[in-house]
Design a protein around this ligand. Structure first.
Ligand SMILES: C[S@@+](CC[C@H](N)C(=O)[O-])C[C@H]1O[C@@H](n2cnc3c(N)ncnc32)[C@H](O)[C@@H]1O
Length: 244
């Protein structure tokens, strides 16, 4: 099995969209955090072929890489330099329920463009698990897609109307087919788009203190996927040292 690493985007093998080979500002902050904390134990959820995992390993982190698709993790492992393999653990399974760890295990948790594949109650369970797995003072770095994507632009008015009506999950699409995108065949029918309010709400509900939560201008996305600079949502949040 192979994937072409010369491209900017690589298809997933399970129709779960694409893995980005470029680094957005929130991923950069996660990698910088690893660099500042040598030997830190981190978890990556939905790692695909491991672009972020490999960068974190190179900064000296001990990485547990998760994905629901074993073939992605096989390739992640295959492309890990031999000298970094002792710092890598693979944790295959579908979040939030297939994998579990002891409370206070990780110094940081990173997950990019995976959480919007989960239903509302799964998102909440995932954030609760991330909270429990983190050590006090640890940070989460989460990136999710918003509905402000060129390929789903026909959904935006429905999303905005639902949001106005107070729907807690206005970006939830059980069937994306009426809003067919050009890359439709490689993306699940179910999507649960995020916005800044949703991301802040679910992280606060889980107990996190939000440091930064904002839209990400995805200049790195292909032109037909870009919309108006709000294509993704990024979060950095901390597990407080003491609970109030
Ligand atoms: C769109 S790709 C994103 C890959 C990479 N993190 C990035 O930002 O480019 C989503 C990845 O998450 C994985 N995934 C989807 N749902 C998942 C779940 N519930 N638990 C774990 N991994 C999941 C998919 O197999 C896929 O590799």
């Amino acid at each position: 099995m192979e994937y072409k690493r010369s491209k900017k985007w690589v298809s997933t093998l399970n129709n779960m969209g694409y893995m980005s080979l470029t680094i957005d500002p929130f991923t950069k902050k996660f990698i910088d955090f690893c660099e500042k904390n040598p030997g830190i134990k981190v978890f990556e959820g939905g790692a695909a072929y491991g672009v972020a995992t490999h960068l974190a390993l190179r900064k000296g982190a001990l990485v547990t890489a998760n994905d629901s698709e074993q073939r992605h993790l096989d390739l992640l492992y295959k492309y890990t330099p031999q000298n970094l393999l002792p710092a890598l653990v693979l944790a295959p399974g579908t979040l939030p329920y297939d994998v579990n760890f002891l409370d206070n295990t990780y110094g940081a948790i990173y997950s990019s463009r995976m959480i919007h594949f989960l239903r509302g109650e799964e998102v909440e369970a995932c954030m609760n698990r991330f909270f429990n797995w983190l050590k006090p003072g640890g940070k989460i770095f989460i990136i999710a897609e918003s509905p402000y994507l060129g390929c789903y632009s026909s959904f935006i008015s429905a999303y905005e109307e639902r949001k106005k009506q107070g729907d807690p999950w206005p970006g939830l699409l059980k069937d994306t087919s009426p809003f067919k995108s050009i890359r439709y065949n490689n993306i699940p029918h179910f999507l649960n788009f995020f916005d800044v309010e949703i991301m802040k709400r679910v992280s606060k509900q889980a107990g996190f203190k939000v440091e930064v939560c904002e839209f990400i201008n995805r200049k790195d996305f292909p032109p037909e996927i870009r919309y108006d600079g709000r294509e993704s949502v990024g979060l950095i949040a901390t597990k407080p040292l003491t609970f109030s």
